[in-house]
Design a protein around this ligand. Structure first.
Ligand code: NAD
Length: 310
């Protein structure tokens, strides 16, 4: 299989590129615009891989994506603006990449002989849930601009499946953590600050709950959906590992060495969702289950940041 991986120099995308080259005989073309969030360093060790080609460019470049997709069997679309706080400051680039970029990829796929189009989405499209967990049939109720652009992309992808008979699949995953994540995100930032004796800034009262998945488990799930999923279907990917922000901070301070006095409370994010949770029965029935505990994943993540000199 020849897979076009967009956003493959970012956090999850680069882990997926490494995973695919190590665990399959697929060829990978990575397309990435190398925004502040993407880095060639994330592809260290695979840039010269005989089954890998790196292309610097945007998913919004219709000519380029048409050309790349004409030569691919599958598209896995990770490319996105992904930081909620930035989308609150200004959502224009989110609309451009997350919606218009996805539409450009879908459009270019119509006339190409694509076997699979996998749209990488998020649990945030469902909005918050105080009890229980969302199934794939739940109403989309995005509550911040980032989530709204991701939900829009999901709807576009689904519409292209219906209207143009494109073999679209969607994964909606909970919060990822692991190596190669940008330092603006919660866990890398807390690891860095904890190890430097700095403050760990926590929004509001720190009671917001997120479901966490080690990125390697997400890569396995994405690979399974790509190869074994049913076109037209959405697959939630979650672990049941639920932690408040305070609990995450405490676990990191405990592992890295630091005092809970370093935890500081800052003004809450506007529209901050209290809790996300997804029901993962559907992907589990394909034979997937998470392998990494939060503790083991954190161990590997801290080791990565220490090795890379944070
Ligand atoms: P990231 O910000 O680390 O990486 C995004 C990548 O996309 C970067 O390499 C960036 O350079 C690239 N990119 C941005 N605009 C582009 C454009 N116009 N054309 C080509 N490339 C472009 O994000 P991530 O955390 O790795 O997330 C990847 C995907 O997974 C996103 O679609 C995100 O919505 C989704 N997701 C992330 C999480 C999470 O916890 N990180 C959870 C669920 C879903």
């Amino acid at each position: 299989m020849r897979i076009l991986v967009t956003g493959g120099a970012g956090f999850i995308g680069s882990n997926y590129v490494h995973y695919t080259l190590e665990n399959s005989d697929s060829e990978v073309i990575t397309l990435d615009a190398l925004t502040y969030a993407g880095s060639r360093d994330n592809l260290d060790g695979v840039l010269d891989h005989p089954r890998h080609e790196f292309v610097e460019g945007s998913v919004c470049d219709r000519e380029l994506v048409t050309d790349l997709i004409s030569d691919a069997d599958a598209v896995v679309n990770f490319a996105a603006e992904s930081h909620v706080d930035r989308s609150i400051e200004g959502a224009e680039s989110f609309v451009e990449t997350n919606i218009e970029g996805t539409q450009a990829l879908l459009e270019a796929s119509i006339d190409a002989d694509i076997e699979r189009f996998l749209q990488i989405s998020t649990d945030e499209v469902y909005g918050q849930i105080l009890d229980g967990a969302f199934s794939e049939e739940a109403r989309l109720n995005p509550r911040n601009p980032y989530a709204a652009t991701k939900a829009s992309a999901d709807l576009l992808a689904t519409s292209y499946a219906t209207t143009h008979d494109l073999p679209v699949l969607i994964t909606r995953t909970c919060n990822n953590f692991g190596p190669r994540q940008h330092s603006e995100k919660l866990i890398p930032k807390f690891i860095q600050n904890a190890s430097l004796g700095k403050e760990l800034p926590v929004y509001g009262d720190g009671s917001n709950i997120r479901e966490w998945i080690f990125v390697q488990d997400n890569c396995r799930a994405i690979d399974l959906v790509l190869r074994k999923g049913t076109p037209g279907e959405v697959y939630n990917i979650g672990t049941g590992i639920e932690l408040t922000t305070i609990e995450v901070a405490e676990k990191i301070l405990d592992r890295v060495g630091g005092s809970t006095d370093q935890i500081t409370f800052i003004r809450d994010r506007p529209g901050h969702d209290q809790r996300y949770a997804v029901d993962s029965n559907k992907i589990e029935s394909l034979g997937w289950e998470p392998r990494w505990s939060f503790k083991e994943g954190l161990e590997r993540t801290v080791a990565y940041y220490v090795d890379n000199g944070i």
